[in-house]
Design a protein around this ligand. Structure first.
Ligand SMILES: Nc1ncnc2c1ncn2[C@@H]1O[C@H](COP(=O)(O)OP(=O)(O)OP(=O)(O)O)[C@@H](O)[C@H]1O
Length: 683
């Protein structure tokens, strides 16, 4: 029986087709599932295409579906649906081939690639020594293994410098571009393949020739999906389904299915699909649970993100979702404490200030001898050392490693302990716990066996977890027992905006040595915005969440857009006016919905300026998901609040010279933008 695989663009654009055409396309898919040889399908061979496998099917008076017929096997590919002329133009010069070693489908335009090579040819041959380019190290066979279709090898051979490589990369199949990027960066072919595709091996799924598509369904494909049965087809076509739910990059799929003993760490800059992999992996693991009592835990730092993840996992697989508990760290800790009988509550800022005032009234630091401590210093020491590290006793404090804090003698620590002890007593008396205190108590409860562990634990936003948070997730997972897939943590040191201390996983007993991977393909942000955002952090030491440095070699975005725009203004009023004009331009020219635009941080001046142009705005709320399309209005939010969200366009107002924390916040805000970024420097 013939099968038909669908290209992601067909699914993506399906909703935009006229209803009649949608119906015909659905019928076509159904007919294929019944029998591809049915006379009613009418696969017309096109004469003027460079690839003789291209066929066209009538799906309306002026509408055609482009189908690629196999030369071997009976898997057909539905690649494109368009008006007659556009559809023919789309396929005329393209070739469609299954790659011999990677097993993936590649689509490329030989003529355009050759023209690109021609355009970037050097006007005059350079001296012999400068003619060397890193790609020259690869033989033709190695270029092919790197993913370059044989027909494109001469065009790749013509690359002599980085500019020509950048020019060519847009014409190469994406996996070839990704692998070659690493070779150009100085890596061996094996390393490049490992880093980009995860030592991808199509194994038994290798096609018997470029026209054999029968194995495509067995390899991880970022572009094709085999729809099994009409029900699934209806489900996929009925919803405006997001691409990530169906299509994973081969490397993402590898990480989703990575079966390994011991904890693992997956890092990646903003927008590289960490949360997507986390959700797929959680579902994958939940689907394989054998014991009815077992559960999967997904936890994040911010409450908003956990709400979003819970919702998306339910959409991804409603059955598996029942076995997955999604919560944020704070909520998780509270639940554990409450179930263990705790009846107090978490102290808010007001409580904390009142208690400290009481402690300082009792024992005024200003009267505490010559080297009096500052009140702010005492509070900070408590927050960043005692509370953050879960220190319960003076002995522990005297020997604690206070990373990043100024030196204190043993004697000084003894004196400080008096205030800390008094503060802890007051907290206890009032039945209060600090946020970190809840996490600490929860950890102790789990370690004492007072709360059951989870078969699999997955953690997002790991960079924001403190030592006690890390210890809690370690205690909740089976990392000691040599279990399979006990703990998988995801994070990004570039986005550490909630705490400054960089705490290596190893300090909480989580050993990920040899089990760390990094995602590099950015799906959210254009290459221009990605680069601009990274330039904000230049010179800063960004960690890899386990005591090393984050390495961003090979990071790339899957698409390009316009450069970010920077403007300087003298006041907030002017900033508001500039932003309102920009928003109006985007809505008028690019038909953006106002909910697709975000401005950070929140300024009354921006709101008024938008208002005066008749544009509504909506302030984003903590612990509440963005309502999306149903509630129009330009989103307004603090830079830290928009973490975890994404918009087509973002405007940022920057005022003062930033410290390191501001720079990280700005990085987070800028990387929420997909296509348009406006930076308004004010003052
Ligand atoms: N395979 C894929 N195909 C299409 N889109 C994808 C794919 N993987 C991820 N994306 C999209 O890329 C964007 C970023 O993904 P995600 O939020 O998972 O990244 P992240 O690394 O967790 O980002 P951040 O750390 O900035 O929050 C999302 O819009 C997601 O839908």
């Amino acid at each position: 029986m013939a099968t038909l695989m669908l290209h992601r663009d067909v699914l993506k654009d399906f909703g935009r087709l006229p209803a009649k055409v949608q119906k015909k396309v659905s019928e076509l898919i159904r007919k294929f599932q019944e029998d591809s040889t049915q006379a009613s399908i009418h696969l017309e061979k096109l004469e003027q295409t460079v690839d003789e496998k291209v066929r066209s099917v009538r799906v309306g008076d002026d509408w055609r579906a482009i189908v690629i017929a196999p030369q071997k096997g009976d898997t057909f590919l539905l690649m494109h649906v368009d008006h007659h002329d556009e559809a023919y133009r789309w396929c005329r010069n393209k070739r469609f081939e299954a790659h011999g070693t990677l097993g993936v489908l590649q689509v490329f335009d030989l003529q355009m690639a050759e023209e690109a090579a021609e355009r970037s040819r050097l006007p005059e041959p350079a001296p012999e020594e400068t003619l060397q380019y890193p790609l020259d190290r690869l033989s033709d066979d190695e270029l092919f293994q790197a993913g370059v279709p044989r027909a494109l090898i001469p065009a790749v051979r013509a690359i002599r410098n980085d500019a020509a490589f950048e020019e060519m990369i847009g014409y190469l199949p994406p996996e070839a571009g990704q692998v070659l990027f690493w070779v150009v960066a100085g890596r061996s072919l094996e390393e490049a393949l490992e880093e980009t595709l995860g030592a991808f091996d199509a194994g038994a799924a290798r096609p018997e020739g470029p026209g054999d598509f029968s194995k495509l369904a067995q390899v991880a494909s970022a572009d094709l999906v085999l729809v099994e049965g009409e029900e699934e087809l209806r489900r996929i076509l009925a919803e405006d389904i997001e691409a990530w739910r169906v299509f994973l990059h081969p490397y993402q799929r590898k990480l989703k299915e990575w079966d390994i003993k011991g904890p693992v760490k997956i890092s990646g800059s903003a927008g590289t699909g960490k949360t997507v992999v986390l959700m797929h992996r959680a579902v994958h693991l939940a689907e394989r649970l054998t014991d009815d009592k077992d559960k999967v835990l997904v936890t994040t730092f911010s409450a908003n993100l956990s709400v979003t993840i819970e919702d998306l996992i339910r959409k991804l697989n409603p059955v598996a979702a029942k076995r997955i508990e999604v919560t944020n760290l704070h909520q998780l800790a509270r639940t554990i404490c409450l179930r263990a009988g705790w009846q107090g509550r978490v102290a808010d800022e007001q409580d904390l200030s009142t208690l400290w005032d009481a402690v300082f009234t009792e024992h005024d630091p200003a009267t505490d001898g010559e080297a009096a401590f500052d009140r702010d210093f005492i509070r900070q020491e408590y927050d960043e050392v005692i509370d953050a590290m879960g220190i319960d006793s003076e002995e522990e404090y005297l020997t604690a490693a206070r990373t990043g804090r100024s030196r204190l003698s043993r004697q000084q620590r003894r004196r400080l302990w008096i205030w800390f002890q008094a503060f802890n007593r007051l907290l206890q008396k009032r039945g209060l716990l600090t946020f970190e205190g809840t996490v600490h108590q929860a950890r102790l409860i789990v370690e004492r066996g007072g709360f059951p562990r989870y078969r699999h634990v997955l953690v997002d936003e790991l960079q924001d977890f403190g030592l006690e948070g890390l210890r809690l997730i370690a205690a909740l997972s089976w990392i000691e027992e040599d279990a399979s897939n006990p703990l998988c943590v995801f994070g990004d040191g570039h986005q550490r905006i909630n705490r400054q201390a960089k705490i290596p996983l190893s300090r909480a007993g989580i050993n990920v040595v040899g089990r760390s991977r990094r995602l590099k393909i950015n799906y959210r942000t254009s290459e221009q915005i990605r680069r601009w955002a990274h330039s904000l952090l230049s010179g800063m030491e960004i960690d890899d969440l386990d005591g090393g440095h984050a390495d961003t070699t090979g990071d790339r975005s899957v698409f390009r857009a316009s450069e970010p725009v920077a403007v300087k203004v003298a006041s907030r009023e002017e900033a508001g006016a500039a932003i309102a004009d920009w928003v109006k331009g985007l809505c008028d020219t690019h038909q953006l919905g106002t909910h697709e635009i975000c401005v950070a941080p929140v300024f009354g001046e921006v709101r008024s300026a938008l208002n005066s142009l008749g544009i509504s705005s909506l302030e984003l709320q903590a612990n509440k998901a963005d309502p999306g399309q149903v509630e129009p209005g330009v989103r307004l939010g603090a830079m830290r609040r928009i973490k975890g969200l994404e918009f087509k366009a973002v405007a940022m107002v920057v005022e003062d010279k930033p410290d390191d924390r501001n720079r990280l916040e700005r990085y987070v805000a800028a990387t929420r933008a997909r296509q348009w970024l406006l930076v308004v420097e004010c003052g």
